[in-house]
Design a protein around this ligand. Sequence first.
Ligand code: PAF
Length: 277
Amino acid sequence: MQVIHTIAQLRQWRQGVERVAFVPTMGNLHEGHLTLVREARKRADTVVVSVFVNRLQFVQGEDYEQYPRTLASDSDKLIKEGVDVLFAPTESELYPAGQQQYQVMPSDLQNELCGQFRSGHFVGVATVVTKLFNIVKPDVACFGKKDYQQLAIIQAMVRELNMDIQIVPVEICRAEDGLALSSRNAYLSTQERRQVPQLYAQLRQMVQAIQQGNRQYQYLEDEAVKQLSALGWQVDYVSIRHVCTLKPAQIQDKDLVILVAARLGTTRLIDNVEVYI
Ligand code: PAF
C-alpha cells in the first residue's frame, strides 16, 4: 500500500490508474470503515482510502482536538484489507490558506436533524468531500448509512453538481448488542457502554409499532424522547422521515427511516433504522 501525503503525488499516481473506488474517512478505523473498504473493493480494482480529520466540519466546542488520530494502526488495518493507496494529507496541504473561501452549500436539509444542533457541519462535510473528489477523481465512492443525513446530502450534491461519481450506500455495522460502530464510541465509560444499546432498542421498538400499523408518527417520536430521557439520555431528536427526501413521514409513505441523535454523558451518538411498510 502506498501512503501519499500530498495532492501533487496523488495526482501523479492517479494518472496511470483506470477505475478507482474511494472511501473517505477521518481515521480511527473500525469494522464499520472496513466494511466500506470491502464494498469499495467489489466495485473497482483500485481502492483509495483517505484519512483526514476535517476541522471545517467540527462546530465550535466539539471534539476536533480530542478526535482520535491513529494513522499507524489505521495504516496496518488498510494493508490487511489490500487497499492500494492511503491518502493522508496534512491540514496545510488541504487548506493552504488556513481559511477555505469557496465552500459547498448543501440544500436546506443541512439545517434539519443534526444540522439544527451542528450549524455549518454539513457545509464542512460537503466542502471537504468535494475537494477529496477533485483530488482522487474516483469513479465510485462508499459512504455508510450510519451517517444517513450526510449520505443524503452527498447524494444530492453529486446529483445536482453533475459529479460523475457513483455513490454507494453501505449498511450500518453493529456490535453484537446493537450499538452502531462509531469512532466516538471510544469516549463512552464502561457504565455508559453497557447502557448505549438502549438507543437501538428504542429504534427497534418504533419499527415494531410502525409495522404493526401505528401511523401516529408524532406520538411515536414524542414517546421515544420521553422513554430515552427517563433513562438518562439527552435527546436532540427522534424523527421519522421518508428515506429518499428525508422529509417528515406522511401517512401514505411506505419507505421510512427513523433517525435519532442523543447524548449519554458527554458523548453524542446518532443512529437510524429503515422501515419498509
Ligand atoms: O463520515 C466521515 O467520516 C466524514 O464526515 C467524511 C465523509 C470523511 C468527511 O470528512
